[in-house]
Design a protein around this ligand. Structure first.
Ligand code: C2E
Ligand code: MG
Ligand code: MG
Ligand code: MG
Length: 284
């Protein structure tokens, strides 16, 4: 099986190219064919209901399978974001997710909501909403099964676009989540002025193992979750790796968790096992 991340995928591009112009050009050159050939795959990372240990949803994360190796997103997403290639990839991901959901429904499986990441590069696209709805509707997927993850924007113009997009998705009954909350600038304006359904607390707010209840991280985690809940948002912590963190999530009534403690992003066939019969062990 291909190993994820680290040296191996870098080798493919040749270490000298890693951050250079050459690698950017190589990725941009390979992209159209790779997209056409189906080299980009959806991996699904489970989201777990902390109270019940049940599968509550999943995040779709892109993996580029190149010569039997798995290339992680950080090796190509930032490059695809240098032009509008990323938009093609995101729509392709949404389409693949919709096709999977459509099949799960047809097979009578227990289906959960799946979130898809959308680059902020889409914000300039005035037809974005139409595009998203067309993909979902062509696959006949009920809107409630789709969630769109968006990160904060950096300019006022982008902010207005983001607000318009989230409002539109809301009206169409599609869930929206603010991703990586707490990273970057993440102003409170983002929460005050945009009607998100879900707040994803970034892992930088999660307590590390020897943190006490009075540590800065734990205090901030507590109040971010409390604020989100009071405003009616669902809360999920990402990057959960330890039991200690689960305890802190539970103490602070954060409802959902996503992280390596439960599962890494899984290829389709492994994730499908999680849809049936699986229950996560929660030590209370
Ligand atoms: P993200 O949307 O914040 O996704 C969560 C990232 O955290 C994923 O990295 C996931 O593998 C990682 N993660 C999950 N649990 C843990 C944990 O317990 N510990 C640690 N250390 N990490 C954990 P991944 O898959 O490498 O993706 C990185 C980023 O690339 C994503 O961050 C997202 O911003 C972007 N990305 C991935 N797929 C897509 C896509 O289809 N479209 C767009 N536009 N961006 C994508
Ligand atoms: Mg995400
Ligand atoms: Mg995230
Ligand atoms: Mg993140």
């Amino acid at each position: 099986a291909a190993r994820e991340g680290g040296q191996e995928s870098i080798v493919y591009f040749n270490s000298r190219m890693v951050e250079g112009k050459e690698k950017v050009m190589r990725v941009q050159q390979l992209f159209p064919k790779a997209l056409e050939n189906g080299e980009f795959k959806v991996f699904y990372q489970p989201k777990i209901d902390i109270e019940t240990g049940e599968l509550a949803g999943a995040e779709a994360l892109c993996r580029w399978i190149r010569d039997g190796r798995i290339v992680p997103p950080m090796e190509f997403i930032p490059i695809l974001e240098q032009n509008t290639d990323i938009c093609k990839l995101d729509f392709h991901m949404l389409d693949m997710v919709c096709k999977d959901i459509k099949r799960w429904l047809a097979e009578g499986r227990n289906v959960v909501r799946v979130s898809v990441n959308l680059s902020r590069k889409h914000m300039m696209d005035v037809d974005l909403l139409e595009h998203i709805l067309r993909i979902i509707d062509e696959n006949e997927v009920p809107h409630k099964y789709i969630e769109i993850e968006l990160t904060e924007t950096t300019t006022d113009v982008e902010f207005k676009d983001l607000k318009r997009v989230v409002n539109g998705l809301q009206m169409a009954g599609i869930y929206t989540s603010v991703d990586d909350f707490g990273m970057g600038y993440s102003s409170l304006k983002l929460i005050r002025e945009i009607p998100w359904n879900v707040l994803k607390v970034d892992k930088s707010f999660l307590p590390v193992d020897d943190d006490s209840a009075e540590s800065t991280r734990t205090i901030m985690f507590k109040y971010v979750v409390a604020m989100a809940k009071a405003l009616g948002l669902e809360t999920i912590a990402e990057g959960v790796e330890t039991e200690h963190q689960v305890d802190v999530l539970r103490d602070n009534r954060c409802s959902f968790a996503q992280g390596f403690l439960f599962d890494k992003p899984l290829p389709l066939n492994e994730f499908e096992d999680r849809l049936t019969k699986h229950k996560y062990e929660m030590n209370k």
